[in-house]
Design a protein around this ligand. Structure first.
Ligand code: TRP
Length: 453
């Protein structure tokens, strides 16, 4: 045991693990996807479901992932083999590797759009443009063939380089300083957005639930997004859990990461929706929502040029810190289970992801007529991963911790061998054993139309 601990790199400080886990959680999911799907699924009611799923399902799954990883000191696949030898639970790890592939493919497409926005902000291309003009600019860009792909490949190469550099040096250093800065900029955007004429309508859209607008698909998406935004359901946080020190408090870490993630998403929503209504943008616009809305807000801020430039750079970095955590799942699997060198594993994983990623990017241009189950490749990947693979992974993880893994062992890990008192332990048991798996199963069945309320 001692030897294993020495061999494995650990985060050097409490803030290190927080920053790294929050760096994984906070990304395009918060700033791009949360506003976009909240708009698509009708606002306030969707938000309520989302928040409920974060607390009642996300938190217990996160704690379960942390505890599995820290106990086993391995990647997701190896952790299940270690904790349940001779069983098939390692399938969660394999599903996770598959989910990581799918997610990184479409994630890098959106990251490419952000890179283009860094460039456009730098060249002052948004100045004095109306929402309609920015819409044209955005759609013109994403339907091109080469430029988005080049940005996407650059993003993937950067991700790979950081993963090759290793845990501490790679992840911890950057997240610590930059994420708080992103928070400050989003708050500045909020202040501008809520003082725009017409802002009230946007705030009402976001915070006043209208349950007539919620559909089974909306509820499934709220659940899927709770998983996506918190980086759950595919072993990312199992792997990160294995880097957490034995004396750190897992429950507090899980609560802090979830709170930080949720706050950033809410603040992004508070910036976007007032502006959406003030500029007469359609809230159901879809993937382009923030790309059409944000430049307009910056145009209304004194010093908007420099603000927008810094903002898009920070958002690109937030996307990077998330992407490294996704790639890390694949790399840890290839290097620890299949004995590839870290470098080889990273190169292999990144280059194969790039192939799928390019398909996602082209699905807004060259391949836009190519539809599977009625959606383009990009949406197919996003839906499959977020709404099915991740919640399914989460369901299996809760069943594992609630029903299979010994309660005394899991309690020992959560309480650091009894050295800390954890008040929430009984709630955690109920949520992880009964509520979370049943709720996920119901939302699935409901989303697939198998049951109706
Ligand atoms: N949570 C990140 C975001 O909101 C994306 C992400 C990183 C992720 N790692 C993950 C999603 C693991 C699912 C699983 O942008």
């Amino acid at each position: 045991m001692a030897k294993k601990l020495l061999k494995r790199e650990h985060f050097t400080s409490k803030f290190g693990i927080l920053a790294a886990a929050a760096g994984s959680a906070i990304g395009l999911g918060n700033v791009w996807k949360f506003p976009y799907i909240t708009g698509v699924y009708g606002g306030g009611a969707f938000l309520l479901f989302y928040l409920f799923f974060i607390i009642a399902i996300g938190l217990p799954v996160m704690l379960s992932e942390f505890l599995i990883g820290r106990k086993a000191q391995k990647n997701a696949f190896g952790s299940f083999k270690e904790l349940a030898p001779g069983s098939k639970w390692y399938i969660i790890g394999i599903m996770g590797v598959a989910a990581a592939y799918v997610i990184l493919a479409f994630y890098s497409t959106v990251a490419a759009w952000i890179f283009e926005y860094v460039y456009l902000a730098f060249t002052n291309a948004f100045e004095a443009k109306s929402a309609a003009e920015i819409n044209t600019l955005f759609n013109g860009f994403i339907s091109q063939t080469y430029k988005p792909i080049i940005w996407q490949l650059l993003f993937l190469v950067l991700t790979a380089l950081i993963v090759i550099a290793g845990v501490k040096k790679g992840i911890e250093k950057y997240s610590k300083i930059l994420m708080p800065l992103l928070l400050v900029l989003i708050i500045a955007l909020d202040i501008r957005a809520i003082t725009l004429p017409g802002a009230k309508e946007g705030l009402e859209f976001l915070f006043k639930p209208d349950f007539s607008k919620i559909s089974p698909e909306g509820i499934l998406s709220a659940l899927g997004h709770a998983f996506f935004s918190l980086s759950l359901g595919m072993g990312t946080l199992v792997t990160y859990g294995s880097y957490i020190k034995k004396q750190d408090n897992l429950v507090n870490t899980a609560i802090q990461v979830s709170a930080a993630d949720t706050i950033i998403a809410l603040l992004a929503g508070i910036a976007i929706f007032p502006a959406v209504f003030a500029f007469n943008i359609d809230p159901t616009e879809g993937e382009g929502l923030i790309f059409i809305t944000l430049p307009g807000i910056f145009n209304q801020i004194p010093g908007g040029y420099i603000f927008s430039l810094i903002f898009f750079i920070l958002l690109a970095i937030a996307a990077l810190t998330s992407a490294i955590s996704i790639l890390e799942v694949v790399v840890a699997f290839l290097s620890e289970e299949l004995k590839f060198s870290r470098k080889k594993a990273t190169i292999l994983a990144t280059s194969t992801v790039a192939v799928f990623g390019i398909l996602c990017t082209l699905s807004f241009g060259e391949l836009s007529d190519f539809k599977i189950l009625g959606v383009n490749v990009f949406n197919l990947f996003d839906n499959t991963a977020s709404n099915y693979l991740l919640p399914l992974g989460g369901l299996l993880i809760t069943v594992f911790i609630g029903w299979v893994y010994k309660k005394s062992e899991s309690n020992k890990e959560i309480t650091n061998d009894g050295s800390i008192k954890v008040r929430y332990l009984p709630y955690f048991r109920i949520l992880v054993k009964f509520f979370a798996p049943i709720a996920i199963a119901i939302v699935f069945a409901h989303g697939l139309g198998l049951i109706k309320f």
